[in-house]
Ligand binder design. Sequence first.
Ligand SMILES: [Zn+2]
Ligand SMILES: [Zn+2]
Ligand SMILES: [Zn+2]
Length: 141
Amino acid sequence: MEACDHAEGSPVGQCAICDEMVCSECFRSVFNEVICNAHDKLEDESEWVLVGFYSDREGLDERRYTLADHSIPSVIAEVDEETIELYVPNDDKEEGFALLDTQAEYTVLCAGCRIEFTKNIGACPLCGVTRVQDAAESAGD
Ligand SMILES: [Zn+2]
Ligand SMILES: [Zn+2]
Ligand SMILES: [Zn+2]
């Protein structure tokens, strides 16, 4: 894939995966977020799997940095103001989930779906189960 010098197009924003600048000539998208053409294999939503579901953005940047440290790309998809989803590529689901597992007190984990979600959501958004493991507890032992 040839790199775009962004001279032809007008700026569209930053890539949701790598923060590179993206212009109107080279932009692609996934989950309605702009991505750059370095991720052409990840342009299809079926390449991604939900790993987190949040009611606000608290701690999300830290999560993305942690994932990036382990070479796991991630995308934050803002469904609406109170629904924010975190996706990783299918192949990185287990490792990505394990990394989230060590995080904050305001989230819980659904062990069945292997996703993290904000406590105030109450029940797993995927399976509806409310009896979930506390993220802080599971990090303990
Ligand atoms: Zn460009
Ligand atoms: Zn990018
Ligand atoms: Zn679930």
